[in-house]
Design a binder for this molecule. Structure first.
Ligand SMILES: [Zn+2]
Ligand SMILES: [Zn+2]
Length: 181
């Protein structure tokens, strides 16, 4: 996602332009389509990029381990700093902010790295394929979203400490069932 901002760097502070984003980027080994609208504003130091972009990434449900497509909203707000003066071609000092985004010597502002970082920022730590995902049976591993398995009711004969832990991890489900009976 490369935008030539040479004209805007020459314009006065506060000048705005908007840009339609529609770009495939590679995040964590898979390609995601990123779409949305961003505004570019000339600041005293560079170009401020602001807007909300939308994408979807493939993630694994933390409960049932199924791959699913997770929609993400990227609220981007980043200032880009020119490395080269647009009028006289002189090199410009960069602000002492670690990892700040730059506009290259051809006055190209490249959004790709920012989009990649924002995606990584908003991917949920424990994704759920749906809010009420039933997860896997701790005994046989059956995906309980596809219906019950043939295991005996849980919590009756725990054979190992592992099984006790799994039953406890499922405690919410068990107690909910008891409550409705
Ligand atoms: Zn799930
Ligand atoms: Zn089972």
């Amino acid at each position: 996602m490369q935008i030539n901002v040479s004209q805007q760097l020459k314009s006065s502070i506060g000048s705005r332009r908007s840009y339609e984003v529609s770009e495939i980027i590679n995040v964590a080994g898979s390609n995601s389509m990123v779409q949305g609208k961003i505004g570019l504003t000339r600041t005293d130091r560079g170009i401020l990029v602001k807007g909300t972009l939308h994408t979807e990434v493939e993630v694994t449900c933390s409960r049932c381990l199924t791959l699913f497509s997770c929609p993400l909203a990227l609220n981007i707000e980043e200032e880009y700093f020119p490395t080269t003066d647009v009028v006289n071609g002189a090199s410009l000092p960069l602000p002492e902010e670690p990892g700040c985004f730059t506009i290259d010597e051809r006055h190209i502002l490249d959004l790709t790295e920012a989009m990649r970082q924002y995606v990584l920022l908003v991917i949920p730590m424990k994704p759920l394929c749906r809010q009420d995902c039933a997860g896997l049976c701790p005994s046989c591993g059956h995906n309980l979203n596809q219906g019950p398995c043939n295991c005996p009711p849980q919590g009756i004969e725990p054979h190992s400490s592992d099984l006790i832990k799994l039953t406890l991890a499922n405690g919410i489900l068990v107690s909910e069932r008891k409550g409705t009976e």
